[in-house]
Design a protein around this ligand. Structure first.
Ligand code: FAD
Length: 356
């Protein structure tokens, strides 16, 4: 394991901004993760765990401690099926998530096809219960193997122990920064049908007489994502971002009714959806954060110095070239303030702020 110093982090993130890591190591095995944690403890360095860098805003001053990049590779299909007839795939936390999805689709196993094209690592997916187009990883994660920084033990969590809800798990809430994810096991349905539940996907396949297969669904999702600047396409300035910058607010029925009234008073229709997971708060509705941003005066293509709003999607703050983290936060603050003033909703950022 190579300990490096003063390593620029911007290039290791999809936002392409932020300062350097004082110390940096890459771990390709469980043993190397243990070694890196011991090193940080011995030198009394704050530790930050880096995956694919696709959900981060790194401070311009960087990270003054040790950045541990998780690079544990490997995708393995366990022989046979579990007692629910599912095939188990075990993936190293450092694997590219989209490579894993491609692998599952090629093996004709359903459950993650709608999550095609999401950047980042396998290890990043349980952290915020990654989701898109009607699927999230809480629906397919069988177990998560972790290193516990508190007692240096390796443990395995079953799905229920991860506390998954919308964009959340114990890994980004109650136990944030305690566990380093080493491997994730997903239970997928062999020969299962593709999930075509969301309007965008239904529209894409409109008029077709046969059901799309998993590979066609994967391609459709990637196509739709590219149109929205939500696929990393080299050279596309709209994808220099951390994806959606704000979570869709989940509101009680009463708060939702209040918001709807405000919209109606302005002659507008408020887009909202029932919450996805049965484990999310009962009787709540998810409101489109993109709509709130747009209807607060931040249109697609809005510019603010070196940052702005994607020209393809109102929810992505983009680096228009040479941006600083301070500019990103200034635009975030502006948006939050305006949405609060107009709609009485406080938008919660989705990316993780590092080193602030
Ligand atoms: C263009 C674009 C589109 C996106 N679309 C979506 C989308 O549709 N749905 C969605 O949910 N997200 C989306 N995202 C956000 C992002 O891709 C996901 O959150 C992704 O899972 C983050 O994984 P990562 O490996 O890049 O994590 P990083 O960004 O490196 O880290 C994010 C957090 O996870 C922690 N972490 C990472 N790896 C580990 C590990 N092995 N152990 C412990 N903690 C770890 C980090 O410490 C940090 O707190 C998008 C981002 C971009 C740029």
């Amino acid at each position: 394991m190579l300990l490096q110093e003063n390593i620029p982090l911007a290039a290791l993130t999809t936002f392409h901004l932020g300062g350097p890591a004082r110390f940096f190591v890459e771990a390709r095995s469980v043993g190397e993760v243990q070694e890196a944690v011991a090193l940080a403890q011995a030198k009394d360095l704050p530790l930050f765990v880096l995956g694919g860098g696709s959900n981060l805003v790194i401070a311009d001053s960087g990270w003054s401690g040790l950045v541990l990049k998780i690079a544990i590779p490997g995708i393995e299909q366990r022989p046979g099926t579990n007692n629910e007839g599912k095939v188990l795939f075990e993936a190293g936390a450092g694997e590219s998530w989209d490579r894993f999805v491609s692998h599952a689709v090629m093996a004709h196993c359903a459950g993650v096809e709608c999550l095609s094209g999401i950047p980042g690592s396998v290890g990043g997916t349980p952290v915020q219960n990654v989701g898109a187009y009607g699927q999230d990883v809480s629906q397919t994660i069988e177990s998560v193997l972790v290193f516990d920084r508190r007692d240096s033990q390796v443990r395995e969590f079953c799905n229920e122990a991860c506390g998954f809800t919308y964009r959340s798990s114990i890994f980004n809430t109650t136990e944030s920064a305690r566990f380093i994810i080493l491997r994730v096991t997903y239970a997928l349905t062999p020969g299962g049908a593709a999930y075509i539940g969301y309007a965008d996907l239904k529209r894409h396949f409109e008029g077709r007489e046969t059901l799309p297969n998993l590979a066609e669904t994967r391609e459709a999702v990637r196509h739709i994502r590219a149109r929205k600047g939500m696929l990393i396409v080299p050279g596309d300035p709209d994808c220099q971002s951390a994806g959606s910058f704000f979570k869709n607010p989940v509101l009680s029925e009463a708060r939702h009714a209040d918001l709807q009234q405000r919209a109606t008073a302005k002659g507008l229709h408020l887009p909202s959806y029932p919450t996805l997971s049965s484990r999310d708060t009962e009787k709540s509705r998810k409101v489109s954060a993109a709509w709130l941003v747009e209807k607060s005066g931040f249109a697609r293509g809005y510019g603010f110095g070196h940052v702005g709003i994607s020209s393809k999607h109102a929810l992505a703050i983009v680096n228009r070239g040479g941006a600083s983290a301070a500019e990103v936060l200034a635009l975030k603050d502006q948006i939050q303030q305006r949405v609060r003033e107009i709609w009485d909703v406080m938008l919660e950022p989705e990316p993780v702020m590092v080193g602030f």
